[in-house]
Write a protein that binds this ligand. Structure first.
Ligand SMILES: [Zn+2]
Length: 384
């Protein structure tokens, strides 16, 4: 593997408190790692040089919440919702039927297309959930396909109760035979803790079973209304509680007093025309906040972390710097990763070169393709 030096970086976001944000900076990448960070004038030589010409460089985006293993099209449901029909979460069943009917190659092609789409927008690490199979065989194969693209795979058999069974019987299946089939292909276990999906007791059973099988816990919590999900996440030491749209003061305090990350998914509020979570309250209370796309065909069909950053700044009262941190370091913490989300020496060499003088432009110029190049694991994975 050849070493690379990036010079002429107009603004380098390191996410390292001791380094901060550097002007006229350089970075040396070697062996898939960040080998050196400092002023361009002091940069050591490398096998290959790349002049960024004043552009900003940020750590690769970490998207800790995506549902990419699916088949079917739900654009008509989106159009109907924008015409006034309410969002209930029931459309998941439409995707389940299409996913079960699809072949492995079709699912693989869809995941590959979306991972590439996300990469071109700067995402260098992405979590991928199952949850549109909802049978032992279909959940197992969803995770097997997801594992071909990322190590951050999540077993979400408890996404919704499929037709023809009841919540308690299905929970028992998820905690038993389905978990046994899924666990070899999964890093995480997740549950949709919401009215109409799984209640507090069922959600706790799913997460405890997953933890006992060696998986880390994460949860869909407090999206459509108040509920026990966030406090369950904190009590079980889950890595992340995701959505966090409807929080009580006790929920906010529980998150702030824990190492459970509040992962906010503004694409879901955007695409369901719902009120956004209040990131400002969480940040001010001292909670760790991450941003994610929630990329899925029903309630948030975006793979764009820059779009989520723009929404977080405009709609969730985050500063541009806070939103960028949450889209990089916050995501890393939501996945309990210490090697990504920052650019200090020793970090994995994942970074994004922007066609802009500062990272503020990610929110300042929403909808504009600002990503000029993406480096993943020390290699140029995409370049315009
Ligand atoms: Zn989700």
């Amino acid at each position: 593997m050849t070493s690379v030096v990036l010079t002429g970086i107009g603004e380098l976001t390191t996410n390292d408190p001791s380094l901060g944000t550097l002007a006229d900076a350089a970075v040396v990448l070697d062996g898939g790692r960040v080998a050196w960070v400092g002023p361009t004038a002091d940069a050591p030589p490398a096998d290959r040089a790349f002049d960024v010409d004043g552009g900003a460089v940020v750590p690769g985006f970490v998207d800790p919440h995506a549902h990419l293993v699916f088949a079917g099209d739900r654009s008509a449901e989106f159009a109907a919702r924008m015409a006034g029909e309410p969002y209930t979460g029931g459309g998941i069943r439409t995707t389940v039927a299409a996913t079960r009917a699809a072949g492995d190659d079709h699912l693989r092609a869809t995941v590959g297309r979306l991972v590439t789409e996300a990469l071109r927008q700067g995402t260098t690490t992405i979590e991928i959930k199952s949850g549109y199979g909802l049978s032992v065989a279909d959940e197992e194969r969803s995770l097997r396909v997801a594992r071909e693209f990322t190590d951050e795979t999540t077993f979400l058999g408890a996404h919704v109760v499929p037709d023809g069974t009841d919540a308690d019987s299905y929970t028992a299946l998820v905690c038993g035979e389905m978990l046994t089939a899924a666990a070899p292909h999964a890093t995480w276990v997740d549950v949709f803790c919401e009215r109409g999906a799984f209640d507090g007791a069922q959600s706790e059973a799913v997460l405890r079973a997953g933890i006992a099988a060696g998986l880390g816990a994460r949860i869909h919590a407090n999206q459509l209304g108040p509920g026990p999900g966030v406090r369950l996440a904190v009590s079980l030491g889950a890595a992340s509680a995701d959505h966090c749209t409807h929080l009580s003061r006790a929920d906010v305090e529980a998150l702030a007093g824990s190492d459970t990350v509040a992962t906010l998914l503004p694409g879901a509020e955007f695409a369901t025309r719902s009120p956004y979570p209040d990131a400002r309250v969480l940040v001010d209370a001292g909670a760790t906040v991450a941003l994610a796309t929630d990329c899925n065909p029903g309630s948030s069909y975006t793979s764009s972390m820059p779009f989520c950053i723009a929404l977080a700044v405009r709609e969730m009262r985050m500063t541009p710097a806070e939103a960028l941190w949450s889209a990089t370091m916050g995501g890393a913490k939501a996945l309990r990763r210490t090697d990504i989300g920052h650019l200090r020496t020793g970090a994995r060499a994942d970074l994004v070169v922007l066609d802009a003088p500062s990272a503020v432009y990610l929110a300042y110029r929403p909808g504009v393709p600002l990503v000029r190049a993406v480096v993943r694991n020390g290699e140029f994975a995409w370049q315009r």
